[in-house]
Write a protein that binds this ligand. Sequence first.
Ligand code: ADP
Length: 448
Amino acid sequence: MRFVKNSPQILSTIAIALVIIFGFVFSAQRFASVAIDAKERLTQDRITSVLDVFASFAALGASEGSLQEQVVRIKEENDTFRAFKVVRAVGDKYEIMASARPEEVGQLDLENGYIYGPTLGQPGQPYYFALSLSDGSRGYKAARAIVGPEGVIGVVYLEASLAEADRSVAKGIQISYLILAGILLFIMILFFRHARIIDYAKLYKDLEGVSKMKDDFLSMASHELRTPLTIIRGYADLIAGAVGLSEQDRKNVENISMAANQLNILVADMLDVSRIEQGKLSFNLETVATTATTKEIAETFAETAKNKGLSLIIEVPELPNIKADKDRLRQVLVNIIGNAIKYTPKGEVRVTGGLDDKKRVTLRVSDTGLGISAEEQKKLFQKFYRVKSEETKEITGTGLGLWITKTIVEQMGGEISVESIKGTGSHFILAFPPAISPTIKTEASKTV
Ligand code: ADP
């Protein structure tokens, strides 16, 4: 009951099911009564014509022998006939002249006098009785007067059963109800499927609520974490700048700073995720000088690359400007150049640029690092996806960077793709439509 209350749509399904059932039962009953009517009429017509023909034949003065012969033949040809005989009035009794049961011939028929009387009273037409026959089946008793040239000769009498007709109608109804049972089963399956779909819809609604709560919490938590983090980082910098700090204290404060920075990146990522999911990521699109901006951002990694013993090669030719949000573009480049350095134990990281075959401005960050297998590349841009291997075990990260990057790039009208061979290195390629028609000048490569 509670289920029905919670899911009012179920009522409409039940109503439809009931309408179908009642409609079906009604039409099956109508069909049955029409079929019975038709069968009864057919049987009556047959009885009438047999009585008419036989009465005419008998009226011509046929001998008793030929009457008997015809009675037997007609009975044999009509297996629904239960009795067929000819009687004549002897006083107020009726003697059997011919019968499908020859042993009756010559005997008095004491059973059907109530039919013969009225039949003789209206010699022009057949006389009918519809009733239960002696074998229990429904049927007719019918009689017709035989009127010869000198008046009434006798009565031809016939009993026909409707058992066969009733049986075939009953069979038809039985089949109809079997079909109805099948339909009911089908409706019940539909009904349960419907109920399940409603359940899923409810679940989906609940999940949406939970997801919104999660987004709100994420947004609130990351905002709230920002202030204390800024304070920690501020104090850590202050202490690091103090004079007379012991080597150990300096190391300790550096560790605090590093941890706070990592936390800061995580909080920033969480904030971006919640903004993206709430559709609140805003872009301030402007014309960006692609080459200058890329170089400027790439160069900020010089120190990090050097500390790790990597060559950072920046080879960006003079590229057309693009339309982008400069801060978001910075975020994208910081993420993919940062990743290239992070996931490259030795060798080089190269930042290059050009135009692709669609005349889009491309920026390519290549490394000689861990590389990513084809299988891993398929999931690379999914939220929280991180390649799990012995080499990446020690490298910290959230698995959010590439998902955020891809979303930002696409929302600025660009595209990000990856080409990589496991164990050899990776290329991350950004492609943006140019802000003006593209021309390209090459510039000498520069190693930082
Ligand atoms: P994070 O670096 O925080 O784990 P990202 O979303 O930036 O998250 O990257 C997802 C995963 O992709 C990383 O965990 C890493 O396994 C893989 N990856 C990204 N960039 C590179 C790269 N240049 N070389 C090898 N693997 C990379």
